[in-house]
Design a protein around this ligand. Structure first.
Ligand code: RUQ
Ligand code: CUA
Length: 655
């Protein structure tokens, strides 16, 4: 038995390595065609703006980066599931609740996928959603402030990979679990791992999105215990459906590399979410105990709060029929993508030598005719041939993800053969292929997942960088590549390094949001409980061993700038209100010995740094953001006395 297993591992691994050696993972051409004409097409002259915003996941850094296209310039890093020293996110008292979970404060996660909000299937770019993979969470960013406004934890999930994906009008954001796990009470969940088949379940969570973007966990579907990898919502004619790629339909619990690659076909799970909604309206489903955090930023107080939720509504599609259908799909599919018309569903089997394309019309017919070939864990399996539009034959090796240009073409990333393959959605004929450097993961076309792609460019987000840039020791930047896709042939225009490891990204025209950007917060609207409106109100107050410093900042001083009477062991809260009402005049705040971060305060906002002095002495504080010619003068002193001192608490500015 043991020997046999070792042989099987070797065989599978060797096959994959051989595929890689034969065609990918090494330079095929130098790829340095980015000269002359290409250079002028990515050139954005000084003072000019890029045409597209590209919202790029940072993978294991838990952040999102905002990149301009076609220049590839990084415009901003937005912390989402990561503490961020640049602005104090995750360190300031106001932002800490944003990273709260049922496991406590979790300041780092793995962020893979982006979903830009849509109306009628087209980008409206009000919000960007992103997933926390490890401690399952969904975040929402406001694209007028580029701030993380809301994070909701997903209970009964582990490895929140199959998310976030949104419906045509952003009615729902869905989150599918990667790892199935037992989903009972804590006590119920203490089971032997080899009872996977009996005890492990998958879940797909539907998060309702309100008019202001506010999220709430509407319901969860309980599914067979498999791994969900990725998903897409239907659109147009397939609006009302979701399609999830599954793997490990073998339900293995060990050595997945081998044991989850046994079946020739896994499944795409088609979910009729409109049907699920009907059941909910009819009062079906069970409220079950579940612990998950729901964190929200209040713009009036610039403060996040975290609420621990206790219940979730679950539907069991095994009892409530017509919600779930399985479509066989070769082999361990990764991406499942829906074309702009909503008719075609592309399954990308990582280990398959073809790309199956399913037809929504045929799928509906098969369901109507009950054209099934059995059941999977109590759910109908649709006959493969009945749902199939056709296959793209020998497209390349290791297909992962597909995007669309709105002109009838699909573009699939091929990890193993390290290339992008362009093919015709109707005829399934391969039209063009181009190498990527190296081993592409995701790819993104502006509007590529929507009903109305903007086309023009395509970005490859590559897993391996090797020799593309000046070397920087063992750890290299990841590599993105920009292509022009306006012609028949894809043309490489530009390489640019990314922040973190990019997985999915979406791009949209800058015109959608650039005139809506918030420039300042109105000081009149600041309802922070520790706001200081005007330097005249600056002061210090003691409450037991807590000292609250009501501080203001304006070019080029803090009020107060002399503070005495703080004692060793006090918890000192610097509530700094930035009184500026001009765009792009933040002030920073740092004090010697502070062991969290500095904070950066936007015009009109209040942010709080907590500090616990550990020794007596004089502690300078200063502004960390070069704000004026007298920025270096923007500073002050705080005196710390021993714990038993009788020095009175006082503060001042000037004599
Ligand atoms: S998955 S390649 Cu999260 Cu494709 Cu990144
Ligand atoms: Cu304020 Cu520098």
């Amino acid at each position: 038995m043991k020997i046999k297993q070792v042989f099987r591992i070797t065989a599978v691994s060797a096959a994959i390595v051989a595929m890689g050696m034969a065609t990918g993972c090494r330079p095929q051409t130098s790829g340095s065609q980015s000269v002359g004409d290409a250079a002028s097409r990515v050139y954005v002259a000084p003072g000019e703006h890029d045409e597209f915003y590209n919202i790029v996941s940072g993978g294991f850094n838990g952040q999102i980066s905002v990149v301009g296209l076609p220049s590839g310039r990084v415009l901003k890093i937005v912390p989402v599931f990561s503490a961020h020293p640049e602005n104090g996110y995750g360190f300031s008292e106001e932002s800490k609740p944003m990273l709260n979970t049922s496991h406590g404060y979790v300041p780092w996660d793995d962020l893979h996928h982006i979903a830009i909000s849509t109306t009628n299937g087209e980008h409206d770019a009000r919000w960007a959603f992103a997933n926390g993979n490890n401690t399952p969470r969904i975040a929402r960013l406001n694209l007028n402030t580029f701030e993380t406004e809301e994070i909701i934890e997903i209970p009964n999930s582990a490895g929140n990979h199959s998310s976030p994906f949104i419906t045509e009008n952003t009615e729902y954001v869905i989150a599918g679990t990667r790892f199935s796990v037992p989903i009972g009470t804590d006590e119920d969940n203490d089971v032997s791992i080899d009872t996977y088949k009996k005890n492990f379940r998958g879940t797909v969570s539907f998060i309702k999105v309100g008019n202001q973007g506010d999220m709430s966990l509407a319901f969860q579907l309980v599914t067979p215990g498999v791994n969900f990898d990725l998903s897409r919502a239907g659109k147009g004619k397939s609006h009302g459906w979701f399609f999830f790629s599954t793997y490990n339909t073998e339900q293995a619990h060990t050595l997945l590399e081998v044991n989850a690659s046994q079946r020739d076909k896994d499944f795409i799970m088609a979910v009729n979410w409109k049907k699920a909604e009907e059941y909910i309206k009819a009062g079906e489903g069970n409220l079950v105990k579940a612990r998950y955090a729901h964190n929200k930023l209040d713009h009036n107080t610039h403060t996040a709060s975290s609420t621990m939720m206790e219940e979730v509504l679950q539907l069991d599609p095994k009892l409530l029929k017509d919600i779930i259908y399985f479509i066989p799909c070769p082999k361990s599919p990764h991406g499942t993508d829906v074309d702009p018309t909503g008719e075609y569903i592309v399954g990308s089997g990582k280990l398959a030598a073809l790309i199956p394309v399913f037809s929504f019309t045929k799928l509906m017919k098969a369901i109507e005719d009950k054209d099934f070939e059995g059941e999977y864990d109590g759910h109908p399996i649709i006959r493969y041939e009945s749902a199939l539009h056709g296959v793209v034959d020998k497209p390349g090796l290791g297909p992962l993800h597909t995007e669309f240009d709105g002109r009838g073409n699909a573009y699939t990333s091929m990890f193993v053969s390290s290339e992008i393959v362009k093919w015709d959605i109707e005829t399934l004929e391969v039209l063009d292929r181009t190498p990527t450097f190296y081993s592409i993961g995701h790819l993104s076309i502006p509007g590529g997942p929507t009903a109305k792609p903007h086309g023009k460019y395509m970005v490859a987000y590559n897993k391996i960088t090797k020799d593309r840039y000046l070397p920087t020791g063992p750890e290299l930047a990841h590599s993105a590549q920009l292509f022009d896709i306006s012609g028949d042939k894809m043309q490489l225009l530009l390489d640019f390094p990314t922040i973190g490891e990019p997985h999915y990204a979406e791009a949209f025209p800058a015109t959608l949001i650039k005139d809506k950007q918030v420039k300042i917060y109105r000081i009149e609207d600041n309802n922070h409980p520790y706001v200081t409106k005007g330097a005249g109100n600056a002061r210090v107050e003691r409450d037991g061993n807590k000292v609250h410093v009501y501080m203001t900042s304006i070019r080029s001083h803090f009020a107060p700038d002399n503070i005495e009477g703080v004692k060793v062991g006090d918890d000192v809260y610097f509530h700094v209100t930035n009184l500026e009402q001009d765009w792009d005049v933040p002030h920073g705040f740092a004090i010697k010995g502070a062991n969290t971060a500095e904070i950066l305060i936007m015009p009109g906002a209040t942010q709080t740094l907590k500090w616990t002095p550990d020794r007596p002495g004089i502690f300078p504080f200063y502004c960390t953001d070069f704000c004026s010619a007298l920025h270096q003068e923007m500073s002050g002193y705080l005196r710390v006395s021993p714990a038993n001192s009788t020095v009175a608490l006082k503060s001042s500015l000037g004599e």
